[in-house]
Design a protein around this ligand. Sequence first.
Ligand code: PGA
Length: 227
Amino acid sequence: MKKLIIANWKSNKNIETAEKWLGEFSEQVELFSLDLSKLTVVIAPPSPLLATVFDAQIEHVLVGVQDLSPFSSGSYTGAVSVRNLQGLGVEYAIVGHSERRRHFSESHADVANKVVQAIDAGITPVVCIDDEYLTEQARAIDPEARKKCVVAYEPLEAIGSGDFQPPAEVEPIVARIKDEFGNVPVIYGGSVDEENVSDYLKIADGVLVGGASLKVKSFMGLIEQAL
Ligand code: PGA
């Protein structure tokens, strides 16, 4: 399986800065003749910038969303449903990120519903699981649905802190996650950068990258290490 590298831009960037990032990224891919087809690279921008990322048409770069409505469509003001995404070409949906669970009070059941929405729409759910509530978070999801997920293991204290969890400690947790979900891809997230990415790719199926995906220089450095 190709290693999965997901750039999670969170609530950063606007049209101007996203276009600049995408332009520079494409230029550098070409300049250094990087073969992105060896990886699965996904950019997950804020939803208003989805069209900007699609318009850039970067070869071998897929597009994801950072969240999904737990409902399919209808009177749910402010929620972006799979119906709204239909036809755009979104292939991945991050669901249950700890920032959503914490700041938007998402429950395990909400996350489980989002997983079902994504699967039914042919979008791969990337379910974020933390160290503390791993078992509850996993078991809230229907066992059949679990088998169709990608799981992002994100220890809470490692997110955005620079304090990444050593790969040797991540490895047994990847195994625990596979016990709960089946043999699905498990990626690691939490202060991944160009210095540590190679170590994570030895013990996991990919990485979810926040801070280091915001600047082309750091993201490109990370991609080069991953290739
Ligand atoms: P970080 O974020 O790389 O900035 O730690 C990762 C994430 O929250 O997905």
